[in-house]
Design a protein around this ligand. Structure first.
Ligand code: HEC
Ligand code: HEC
Length: 609
């Protein structure tokens, strides 16, 4: 019945087109791609529905006496995933909540602030069960999961009932799909055990190609170039299907990023730009360009940004912000140490005792939706106010701080210049926090060897560093949490959320005599068990200069850190971490691969100043 309505809807559009034609009006030019896309979706949703039934039958046939049934079920899962990738662009863009039925991380997701739990469901939790020691033991849950997938898949066309969209949205949906391929697909984010990410990426690009066809029909040199790039990208993926040895750097610099650039240019030239969902600046060349994420998504850029940042820089070194007039932000965030202090945990206000956590770098700190290791401040302004009044850190009384700043004439001028609209009394705590935020927001040099390499300077990275990048984004799974392009917790492709994870970080780095960590992380802020020991995924850029590592500074070196991941985090090392979201399975990295990953991280060191 629903199908008929959609058909009706499309027939109606055809009628409108004809009426327009008769009246001498042009059909709305912006919707040439919509009908094609809806048809493509309908056809492939039908296909997906059939494949999902096969998956359901395959898990129902699981039998301990016939181990080949497990292989068959894994194959069926892979087939379903591949089929889903053809409609992923459409589902994730137009029906995001329905899309979660199929493909979502195999961990409990907490929706704040309502603290609703989203139990893991769909392919990824099935994958975890099928790759467990005894998948047949989970047969009932597998059948239940497959049932949910198959029954919703059977009904996908119903989503088209009264569906409305335009070509701009269609184009945005595929441009985001390409970013999904670049940042998630090839990292194994959604199929870590099946390792089908590359073959799945091919399906995604095939879908993009199908959607683009009507737009490319009108011949133009730019369109032809885009067509060629799409075909070459599909060709590369097809001829390099292996996950572990996939050369991600070659794929990105030679195919995916040029395709992204060309697609962006094509959409722009057609006047079809639309940014309805993401923090991405589509005007940037590609997702690795320094301006790929819009500052405005993270920080309200009102007022005079330059003057604010200059004032913020002064305040960063201003001791009047502290209760004893002896400390400033730089006491713990030394610019020459990439804005850290090199200590396990920072020296407290009294200059003797220690605060409980490690001082993180401030480079790129603005590009997150949560500040502090546990994300308890939602933006830089909040964070600044908290640090100033924290008795262990700066122990400053907000009113006294403002009074002290007001007493300095030079500051009053700086505040007036930065906040001219506020008249006679510009020196306020809000303005002070805003100015410091503006300064921190600007700490984003993006001039590392990696950045230069991806921009086209083929000499900027060594061969070992490139291998390290491929491992980071592939076999070692680092890129499935430290997301490109910043390699922090900003989740692609929308970049609207910052991720928390549970690694089971220990209290020390002697793996033979490991002490469990004691910091409960986000749990102290949101006391739910899925947050016990959860910390914000921090940035990896400049990590080579910001030892020691982790919220508690437990790891003295990157070598220790990679070894920790290689052994499966805290749980892999034998600690009791029931909610660990990092896979506890060893990564099987060789000593050489470990070195290459470290070398890649060294290529992420910026030249400050
Ligand atoms: C006593 C040392 C100390 C001082 C002084 C200090 N910080 Fe920090 N800073 C830290 C520590 C430790 C953390 C991590 C705390 C946590 O996560 O609970 C932190 C966290 C931050 C963060 C969050 C970064 C992120 O990625 O989550 C920002 C931003 C920051 N500080 C900026 C500042 C500014 C601006 C000032 C001056 C107003 C300042 N800090 C003063 C030690 C200090
Ligand atoms: C499951 C998600 C996840 C995966 C996979 C992951 N990380 Fe992390 N990473 C985190 C979180 C969360 C932290 C902070 C943990 C803490 O403070 O206890 C972290 C911390 C780090 C830090 C320390 C940063 C600092 O400033 O202290 C580095 C460096 C790092 N990871 C690199 C890597 C590398 C290299 C890999 C791959 C071998 C990797 N990560 C895989 C989530 C992840």
């Amino acid at each position: 019945m629903f199908q008929n309505k959609v058909k009706g809807c499309i027939q109606f559009m055809l009628v409108i087109t004809c009426v327009c034609f008769v009246l001498g009006l042009k059909p709305a030019p912006e919707n040439t791609g919509l009908i094609n896309t809806v048809n493509y979706f309908r056809e492939n949703a039908g296909q997906f529905g059939r494949v999902s039934l096969e998956l359901k039958n395959a898990v129902a046939a699981l039998d301990r006496k016939h181990p080949e049934t497990i292989t068959t079920a894994k194959e069926a899962l892979k087939k379903s995933r591949m089929s889903y990738k053809k409609i992923e662009f459409f589902m994730n863009y137009f029906f995001e909540s329905s899309s979660l039925i199929y493909n979502r991380p195999a961990k409990v997701e907490v929706e704040e602030p309502y603290i609703e739990y989203q139990e893991p469901s769909g392919f990824q939790v099935m994958e975890a069960m099928l790759f467990d020691k005894d998948p047949v033991a989970d047969k009932e849950s597998l059948i239940a999961q497959a049932d949910v997938v198959a029954s919703s898949a059977a009904d996908l066309a119903a989503l088209l009932y009264q569906f409305e969209a335009d070509d701009k949205q269609i184009l945005e949906s595929v441009r985001l799909e390409l970013i999904r391929v670049i940042t998630l697909g090839i990292t194994g984010y959604d199929a870590p055990e099946l390792k089908s990410g590359i073959q799945e990426a091919e399906q995604s690009v095939v879908a993009i190609s199908a959607v683009m066809q009507p737009f490319l029909r009108k011949k133009s040199p730019e369109g032809e170039k885009l067509s060629a790039l799409i075909n070459e990208t599909v060709g590369y993926l097809k001829s390099h299907p292996g996950f572990d040895d996939f050369n991600r750097m070659e794929f990105l610099t030679g195919f995916a990023l040029p395709m992204q650039e060309q697609l962006g240019g094509f959409i722009h030239a057609a006047g079809m730009d639309l940014n309805s969902k993401s923090a991405i600046n589509y005007g940037a060349k590609n997702i690795f360009s320094p301006d790929a994420l819009t500052v405005q998504a993270f920080y309200e850029q009102g007022g005079r940004i330059k003057e604010k940042a200059a004032l913020g820089k002064k305040l960063f070194f201003e001791q009047s912000l502290s209760g004893n007039l002896k400390r400033n932000c730089a006491s713990c965030h030394h610019p020459e140490k990439y804005f850290t202090d090199g200590l396990k945990t920072s020296l407290a206000f009294d200059g003797k005792s220690k605060v409980v956590r490690n001082a993180p770098t401030l480079f790129y700190a603005g590009f997150q939706y949560a500040q502090f290791w546990d994300g308890r401040a939602k933006n830089l302004q909040e964070q600044v106010k908290a640090v100033i009044s924290n008795p262990l850190e700066m122990n400053g009384d907000h009113q006294l701080v403002i009074a002290a700043i007001k007493n300095k004439t030079a500051y009053r001028q700086d505040f007036s210049a930065a906040f001219p609209e506020t008249g006679t009394d510009p020196v306020t705590m809000d303005h002070l926090a805003d100015a410091l935020a503006a300064y921190v927001m600007g700490l984003a040099p993006r001039n590392s060897a990696f950045d230069r390499f991806i921009e086209g300077d083929k000499k900027a990275m060594t061969a070992a560093q490139v291998k390290g990048f491929n491992l980071f984004m592939g076999k070692a799974q680092c890129g499935s949490c430290h997301f490109a392009p910043l390699f922090n917790g900003l989740i692609p492709p929308f970049y609207r959320l910052t991720e928390y994870e549970i690694l089971g970080t220990p209290g020390n780095d002697n793996f033979k005599r490991l002490r469990p960590g004691t910091d409960k992380g986000r749990y102290d802020f949101f006391p739910i068990r899925y947050y016990e020991g959860a910390f914000k995924t921090p940035i990896v850029r400049n990590a080579a200069r910001t030892a020691p590592y982790m919220h508690n500074g437990a790891f003295k070196s990157l070598k220790k850190l990679v070894e920790f991941y290689n052994q499966g985090g805290g749980a892999g090392l034998g600690l009791d971490v029931p909610m660990q979201s990092l896979s506890a399975k060893p990564l099987n990295l060789t000593a050489r691969e470990t070195r290459e990953i470290i070398k890649f991280m060294q290529s992420l060191t910026d030249k400050p100043g």
